[in-house]
Every structure is written in C-alpha cells, then in structure tokens.
Design a protein around this ligand. Structure first.
Ligand code: SAM
Length: 261
C-alpha cells in the first residue's frame, strides 16, 4: 500500500459481513479506525441520500472548506465525529441555531437518517461529510477554525491488541488541537471504562489541552442521549465524560482586556 492520505485496504471480515478499512493518514500515522457496518438502508434513508445529499453533504476533497460560504454566516463551528444515527446531532443543532455543526461519519444508513431529520426540522446549521475523519481534518478543515469537537461513544476497540485503532489517542489528539481555536474544546463521552481512562491519559498528555475538571466531567446537561448511550444505560453501564479545553486561559480571559488593570 502506498503512503499518503485516503488509501483504503478493503478486506473481508472473518464473519464475511463487514469490511475492515485501513487508512493511511499522511505519513504521520495510520489507523485501522472502524469496521464499516453494512446496516440495512431503509427506503426513506435512501430517498434522503438521493435527494438531500446535494444540499447538506459536503463532498470530500483536497481543499479547505470555506465555512462562511457553506453556512452563509460566521457562526462558530462544532464538528461531531462519528454521529451514528445523528439523533443527538440534530437535537443539539436545533437547540443552538446560533452555532454551526459539521457531522463526519462513514455509516450510510446513519447519514440517511440524519438527512431526514435535518429536512424534517428545517435545520440550516448542519452539514455532513461522508468520509474518514482523519482525512477530512487533514485536508478540509483549516487550522484554528473549530470551536469544539464532540465525540460521543467512539468505537471502543475492547481488545488490548486493537487499542491502537482508538481514535482518541495521540497523535490524533494533536490534530484535533491544531484544528481548534483557543478556548475551543474536545468533549468525549463513553461507556467503556478502559477507553475512558486511556483517553484521559492521552488528552492529558496532549500539548495545550487542559482538563476542565479534575478527572472526569459531570454529565453536561445540554447533551441529549445518543443511540449508543441508551443501549449502555439499558445494560446499567456507567457513562463517563471528558472535557478538555485548548489554551485554557483564552477560555476565561476577556478578549478585549476590559478587566485588566
Ligand atoms: C459506536 S458508534 C457511536 C455513534 C453515535 N455517536 C452514538 O453515540 O450513538 C461510533 C461511530 O463512529 C463512526 N466512526 C468511527 N471511526 C470513524 C472515522 N474514522 N471517521 C468517521 N466516522 C467514524 C462509526 O461509523 C460509528 O457510526
């Protein structure tokens, strides 16, 4: 396999139903990041994919996105990585019309589902990129342009030998930081205790990130539960949250220096 971004290796999973994808992301690191779920796409989801993608999906390409052009405003932009079926994404965007949201996902049924929801709620502040997040960040997102990253229930990769596939780890967290503006944050939620402890260590070791809480964050009450969270709660699993801010001082200090002597 050649170097460079976006080079995919499709190979049958041992049960024959899934395909494993290897992503070479520039030369810095490679992640076997996810297993493509062959979930059935309903007729309604397919219809949304056919009719709404042109309006709400940004095609993957090699150039930086001009958010002003895409959203027709200069509101802050939050990126949600791996939104799944997108129910929380739609709800958060609906509650915050003064902010813009970009959802990045590779699961087609989920993209179709979120498109339906965007249409139903007449949301103008969400766009979707259907592609691997590592390549999207590298190629399409300008440095210092993002207000927040939401990562809700990322694939946990339970087995020790699979831990390297976890997204919330260095050097990917360095990439997140490079895309954040000062005072921007990374917000991760998971029901996998081992992943939470692992991510806590990785985020703590990421330069310029500061934990907003001593260890884990309390539940952020503005966050609606996601589909995976509902499953976790149904099986009485503990859900943990992590909230890290880039250049913490910028989060607090008034931009115009009004309060300074
Ligand atoms: C466990 S699911 C959680 C979905 C949703 N956030 C929820 O809580 O219900 C993780 C999602 O992340 C997506 N994902 C994993 N790695 C990704 C990547 N590199 N780029 C884009 N999406 C990814 C998967 O397709 C999957 O839908």
């Amino acid at each position: 396999m050649g170097a460079g971004h976006g080079v995919f290796n499709f190979g049958p999973h041992k049960n024959g139903r899934h395909k494993v994808i290897t992503v070479m992301c520039e030369k810095q690191f490679s992640i076997k990041s996810y297993v493509l779920r062959n979930g059935r796409i309903t007729k309604a989801q397919q219809r949304s994919l056919d009719t709404l993608s042109g309006t709400y999906c940004i095609p993957f390409n090699d150039g930086p996105v001009d958010f002003g052009l895409v959203f027709n405003n200069s509101n802050p932009v939050t990126i949600e990585i791996g939104f799944g079926m997108g129910s929380a994404t739609a709800e958060i965007a609906s509650a915050n019309p003064q902010k813009n949201y970009i959802g990045i996902e590779v699961f087609r049924a989920g993209i179709g589902r979120l498109l339906m929801e965007i249409d139903k709620r007449h949301l103008t502040n969400i766009r979707i990129v259907e592609y691997d997040v590592t390549a999207v960040l590298k190629k399409m997102i300008p440095d210092g342009s993002i207000a927040a990253f939401h990562i809700f229930f990322p694939d946990p990769w339970h087995k020790k030998r699979q831990n390297k596939r976890r997204l919330v780890r260095l050097p990917f967290t360095d990439v997140l930081v490079s895309k954040l503006r000062d005072g921007g944050y990374v917000y991760m939620v998971s029901d996998n205790e081992d992943y939470c402890n692992f991510a806590l260590a990785e985020l703590t070791s990421t330069r310029t990130l500061h934990n907003a809480y001593e260890k884990f964050a309390p539940r952020q009450d503005w966050r609606p539960p996601t589909k995976f969270e509902k499953k976790a709660l149904a099986s009485a699993k503990d859900v943990k949250e992590l909230l890290f801010v880039k250049n913490w001082k910028a989060f607090y200090e008034p931009a115009n220096g009004d309060d300074e002597e």
